[in-house]
Design a protein around this ligand. Structure first.
Ligand SMILES: [Zn+2]
Length: 231
């Protein structure tokens, strides 16, 4: 069991111990008021906005309490602040330890959509934080999406932060209206109309890795430098 992984007992099946990924939202964390208003000539904001509601790019972020392990895990829903922290600092999205990096690149585990286009996932904007080696097999065993679609292990050489995933709003008669959930680059003017839920990195220099390769001893493991600014 990787250190840092949250264990919880599901009240509905008290004999079953659950592994709850670091970035998973808990039911006690999702009930903060977020009164969206239009900033004329600019985009959206909160009526009671504070500085912490925006990141260094000026993007508005979803508000979340930080109460991990309180209530029930909401699998499939992501805690935006923990996602942001894991993505910025390149921490494993499951156990929050540093993700795995070798000379070959950073390690990602994604649902396997390699049939979607040639060279998938080269160039893709990705909202999933990376993983450590220990959590690959755990995730493959326990994550319903990976069990359904299969998983692809990918080494990525370059992974710049390029934008956010979130809910895009448009100007409305009384207040802004939510339009669509999508990925938006920091260079897109629409980014001022988004309420972000996740940080997006672009996947460049990708190589899909056979699972067996991960099982081999790796002498080139390096420690991920913690140079990035905290989320
Ligand atoms: Zn891990």
């Amino acid at each position: 069991m990787p250190s840092g992984t949250n264990l919880a007992t599901d009240p509905l099946s008290s004999n079953q111990r659950l592994i709850v990924p670091y970035t998973t939202l808990w039911s006690s964390e999702n009930n903060l008021p977020m009164p969206i208003v239009e900033r004329h000539g600019y985009g959206i904001g909160y009526a009671d906005e504070i500085a912490a509601d925006r990141d260094t790019y000026g993007v508005l972020w979803q508000r979340t309490l930080s109460r991990p392990r309180e209530g029930r895990p909401e699998f499939g829903n992501v805690h935006s602040l923990r996602q942001r922290r894991a993505m910025r600092r390149l921490l494993c999205q499951v156990c929050s330890e540093p993700a795995d990096r070798t000379d070959d690149g950073m390690l990602w585990l994604l649902p396997d959509y390699r049939e979607d286009w040639p060279n998938w996932p080269e160039g893709m904007g990705n909202v999933e934080p990376p993983v450590c080696r220990a959590c690959v097999s755990t995730s493959m065993r326990l994550c319903p999406k990976l069990r359904k679609d299969g998983g692809a292990v990918i080494r990525v050489r370059e992974y710049p932060i390029i934008g956010v995933r979130g809910l895009v709003y448009a100007s409305g008669t009384r207040q802004p209206v939510a339009v669509e959930d999508r990925t938006i680059g920091f260079d897109d003017p629409l980014v001022r109309w988004v309420r972000a839920v996740g940080l997006v990195r672009q996947m460049l220099g990708c190589r899909i890795v056979p699972f067996e390769e991960l099982a081999e001893p790796d002498h080139q493991l390096v420690v991920v430098p913690q140079l990035m600014e905290g989320a």
